[in-house]
Ligand binder design. Structure first.
Ligand SMILES: [Zn+2]
Length: 311
C-alpha cells in the first residue's frame, strides 16, 4: 500500500493506492485543509497520512511508500521545497520533516510532475505523454517512454514561461509575453475582467452569445493553449497530451475551440497537419486525483528515476 498527498493552495488531496496503481483508482481518499506556513502544512500532511493509514489498517512505518506533490521549486533528491508562495513555504525540508513525524521515508515531487506520473498510470497510457496543467499558471509534466523527465534543473516542461509575444503582458517570472500570460486561469482573468468567481467560465459564456470582445479574448486564450500543445508535440513528440487543472473543468467548451485552433494551424502547414495534434488531446477525467496518485508512485519502481538527481 502506498500513500500520496497532493498539497494544493487550499486543500490536501490524499489517497491510498495499491502497488503500482494496479487498480488505476485510489483505494481510499481523504481531503483536508492545507493550512499556511511550514508548521500548519506539515501538521496537516501528518494528519492526512495517519488518517489514511488508519483506513487501510497499515501503520505508516509499514507502508511501501509515502509521496508528496507540492507546488514550488522541489528538489526530489532532498525533499526540500522552496518558493511555494501560496502555502507560505519559503525553504522547507518538507520530506525530512514529514518523514520524522510519521516514521517512514517520504518522497517529494513537484505537483505537476506528480500529476503527469499519476495520469500516465491511471489512464493506462503507453509510451510518452505530457500532462498540461491549465491552472492559475501553465506548466507541463513529461513522462517520456514511461519515465518522468525532470530535466537537469527540474525545469523540464515549464513551457508556461516560453515568451510568445514580445509586446505581451509582463509575467511574474520577469519576462514579457510568456505563454502563461495568454493561456491560463490568470490569463483568462486578465483577458476578461469580471467579478465572476470563474472568469474563464464567464468569458466562454459571453463568447457563446456572440459578444465580439469575448470572442477576441477567447481566441487569445484558445490559441495560447493550442500553442502549448504544438510546442509539446514539436519538442518531445508525445503521443498524448492530457489536459488538467482548473480550466479543464470547462470541458468541451474549451477543448472544442482548441481543437479548431489546432486544425487552423494545420490548414496553413501540411507539416503541422501531418502531426494530427487534435487527436492527441485527452481531458483528465473530472475528479481523478492524478497528482496525489502520482505522488504515491514517486521514487517507486513505477518511477525508476535515480534519487541523486541534484548536485
Ligand atoms: Zn513567465
Amino acid at each position: 500500500m502506498r500513500i500520496g498527498l497532493d498539497i494544493g493552495g487550499t486543500k490536501i488531496d490524499a489517497v491510498a493506492v495499491d502497488d503500482a496503481l494496479a487498480s488505476r483508482a485510489p483505494v481510499h481518499r481523504v481531503r483536508l485543509a492545507s493550512g499556511y506556513g511550514a508548521d500548519e502544512v506539515v501538521g496537516n500532511a501528518v494528519e492526512a497520512v495517519r488518517h489514511l493509514a488508519a483506513l487501510t489498517g497499515v501503520p505508516p512505518q509499514a507502508l511501501d511508500s509515502i509521496g508528496v506533490g507540492v507546488p514550488g521549486v522541489v528538489d526530489p533528491a532532498t525533499g526540500r521545497v522552496a518558493h511555494a508562495v501560496n502555502l507560505g513555504l519559503v525553504d522547507v525540508p518538507l520530506g525530512d520533516e514529514l518523514a520524522r513525524r510519521v516514521g517512514a521515508p517520504v518522497r517529494v515531487e513537484n505537483d505537476v510532475n506528480a500529476a503527469a506520473l499519476g495520469a500516465w498510470h491511471a489512464l493506462g497510457l503507453q509510451g510518452s505523454a505530457a500532462y498540461l496543467n491549465l491552472g492559475t499558471g501553465l506548466a507541463a509534466g513529461l513522462v517520456l517512454d514511461g519515465r518522468l523527465r525532470r530535466g537537469a534543473h527540474g525545469a523540464a516542461g515549464e513551457i508556461g514561461h516560453v515568451p510568445v509575444d514580445p509586446a505581451g503582458a509582463w509575467c511574474a517570472c520577469g519576462q514579457r509575453g510568456c505563454l502563461e500570460t495568454v493561456a491560463s486561469g490568470s490569463a483568462a482573468a486578465r483577458l476578461w475582467p469580471t467579478t465572476a468567481l470563474h472568469p474563464a467560465r464567464a468569458l466562454l459564456d459571453a463568447a457563446a452569445t456572440g459578444d465580439h470582445a469575448a470572442l477576441r479574448a477567447r481566441a487569445v486564450l484558445v490559441d495560447g493553449v493550442a500553442q502549448a500543445v504544438r510546442l509539446l508535440a514539436l519538442t518531445v513528440d508525445v503521443q498524448t497530451v492530457v489536459v488538467g487543472g482548473g480550466l479543464s473543468a470547462l470541458g468541451d467548451d474549451l477543448m472544442g475551440p482548441v481543437r479548431d485552433a489546432l486544425a487552423d494551424q494545420g490548414a496553413a502547414s501540411s507539416f503541422i497537419a501531418s502531426l494530427e495534434l487534435a487527436s492527441r488531446l485527452v481531458l483528465l477525467p473530472a475528479g481523478l486525483p492524478a497528482a496525489a496518485m502520482g505522488a504515491a508512485l514517486a521514487g517507486t519502481p513505477a518511477d525508476p528515476v535515480p534519487v541523486a538527481a541534484a548536485g
